[in-house]
Design a protein around this ligand. Structure first.
Ligand SMILES: [Zn+2]
Length: 106
């Protein structure tokens, strides 16, 4: 069996109706982008981001602690930055970077 199309199928299933419903409820409870808030801006969140890439792991995918509300630009920027820099630019509830590889955490 082709592994790649298998994974694509799995992703499609993960992001199915259950996730869409969850996402809607989540964004109602967490309507603002957390990264914009840290910059002192108020921006509606449109993406429920997986803080740690779930890689189609169900536990990670549905773990509420692994979710954060983001606006689309921040979501895309964060993911890109991570790929380029080799560390996550995400910060925790206390405002400090959560990734030990982050220069500010050293
Ligand atoms: Zn934002």
């Amino acid at each position: 069996m082709d592994h790649r199309s298998d994974q694509a199928k799995q992703y499609r299933r993960l992001y199915g109706r259950r996730w869409r419903n969850y996402r809607e409820r989540y964004l109602r409870r967490h309507p603002l982008c957390v990264m914009c808030q840290r910059e002192g801006k108020v921006t509606p969140a449109t993406v429920v981001d997986h803080i740690t890439d779930h890689k189609s792991d169900l536990d990670l995918f549905w773990d509420p602690d692994n979710h954060q509300p983001l606006c689309k630009p921040h979501h895309d920027r964060d993911k890109q930055a991570e790929t380029h820099k080799g560390f996550s630019v995400r910060v925790g509830d206390d405002g400090y970077p959560v990734d030990p590889r982050h220069p500010a955490a050293r």
